[in-house]
Design a protein around this ligand. Structure first.
Ligand code: RFL
Length: 402
């Protein structure tokens, strides 16, 4: 082999090849690199896109503890803010739950996902971590063996190949890791039959709480992001394009569904991002297929009604990092063998709560006896949440817990 070939091989191999630079991949990269494990992150998007993609905003207390444990929480401590109240609005009045004082008494930290990802990326690069932007993984090969490879399209459009001992699939639901799963992998998929229009508005928050409004026209949600940006959700017609409604129509629907005539106006502003979200749940079992391990949205997609996805991603990344460090630095494979089971316990808990939230927030679509029955049960569930301290404690533990 010539010297040039040797260098190219060294450049395109790593003990752990991580696909995707989202919360899962970058948390994993930081933890492995800090432990001296040879790893690289391959990311399809460019650097600017990774740093600015707006999605989640509510971090669970356990997520903050994980990030603190590894020295990755400076940014969220400086710029995030604690949050512990939600407000439910219905046609029969409203009620607030100070979930930060209920159950285990834990709160969220509101910190936009793009800021978290940006912090993780800066930390990783400052520590000398390897990352290739605009490098798209096409497929993972030989995953059931001990020397898996990843076929990629490099930034210049040429094909390439990375060799690894382990491949961490942190490239989301539509990534290469999922496409490369062996035939035996189980995929549980559930379409909840509800669609949301997710909106980012250039407007300050209008409530000091997460707002969940249940209106005969459909659900509306309000979630603070920063002092100038608010996320809103509107239950939306399945199949309609995201730009089908004008800004005027969106604000009129938000005003009506959030019952502003009773509760006071919303701050309106320019809509700067729209996304159509079909509420779906998706879980792969197991999360380990030989040398290929899944984490984050690649492993499971909880419907965003319960704000769990980014939190699961960070939790799974920590569990995976610990397992890979044991395996690669001490030849101790016990944690790696347990990885899938441990994550799936958290994943199914989150899925169950997301399912419960979806049923709480959305009226059944039909007008038949079955729909009437489900609507009566839903009203009873709301009433129980309003009046029962036991139910409120359960809600608080599940809402913030992960
Ligand atoms: P990500 O963040 O999608 O990152 C995956 C990365 O992989 C890259 N990629 C590839 N790279 C190389 N080769 C390929 N073939 C690739 N294919 C994809 C992508 O470019 C990307 O950079 O996955 P990760 O790390 O698993 O993190 C998951 C979270 O992003 C997601 O679960 C949350 O955003 C979900 N979510 C929320 N979660 C919360 O915990 N709290 C919230 O408040 C919350 N709000 C939300 C949300 C998701 C939303 N959307 C996307 C529906 C609000 C919204 C609107």
């Amino acid at each position: 082999m010539t010297e040039r070939q040797t260098n190219r091989t060294a450049e395109t191999s790593a003990d752990v090849v991580i696909l995707g630079a989202g919360p899962a991949g970058l948390t994993l990269g930081n933890l492995l690199h800090a432990a001296g494990i040879d790893c690289v992150v391959l990311e399809r998007a460019d650097r600017a896109h990774v740093r600015t993609r707006a999605r989640a905003g509510f971090l669970a207390a356990n997520t903050v503890r994980i990030l603190e444990r590894h020295g990755l929480a400076d940014g969220l401590h400086r710029r995030g803010h604690p949050h512990g109240t939600c407000e439910f609005r219905t046609g029969n009045g409203s009620f607030r739950l100070d979930y930060g004082t209920l159950g285990r008494g834990e709160r969220h930290t509101v910190y936009p996902q793009q800021d978290l990802v940006s912090d993780l990326l800066t930390h990783y690069l400052d520590a000398g971590g390897r990352i290739r932007f605009e490098t798209e993984a096409r497929s993972v090969r030989e995953a059931t063996g001990t020397r898996p490879t990843v076929d990629v399209r490099e930034a210049d459009g040429r094909p390439g190949r990375w060799r690894a001992r382990y491949v961490a699939g942190c490239d989301g639901r539509h990534g290469a890791a999922r496409r490369s799963l062996p035939a035996g992998a189980l995929r549980h998929h559930r379409d909840h039959g509800v669609t949301w229009l997710g909106l980012l508005a250039e407007a300050p928050p209008s409530l000091d709480a997460v707002g969940y409004a249940m209106h005969p026209d459909g659900f509306a949600g309000h979630m603070a992001r920063t002092a100038d940006i608010t996320r809103y959700y509107l239950q939306y017609e399945r199949g309609a394009p995201g730009d089908a409604w004008s800004e005027e129509r969106i604000w009129a629907a938000l005003d009506r569904r959030m019952y502003t005539a009773e509760h006071g106006p919303l701050h309106h502003g320019r809509i700067v991002q729209r996304s159509v979200i079909n509420l779906e749940s998706d879980v792969v079992e197991p999360l380990r297929h030989g040398s290929l391990l899944l984490a984050g949205d690649a492993a499971s997609l909880p419907a965003p009604a319960a704000a769990k996805g980014a939190n699961l991603a960070v939790l799974e990344a920590e569990l995976l990092a610990e397992a890979l460090i044991d395996e690669l630095s001490r030849s101790d494979s016990r944690a790696l063998d347990r990885y899938s089971r441990r994550c799936l316990d958290h994943i199914w808990r989150a899925q169950e709560f997301a399912h419960w939230m979806i049923q709480l927030l959305h009226a059944p679509a039909g007008a038949d006896a079955e729909s009437f029955f489900h609507e009566a049960m839903r009203r009873s569930r709301v009433e129980s949440l309003r009046t029962s301290r036991t139910h409120q404690d359960w809600f608080a533990d599940n809402y913030v817990g992960i």
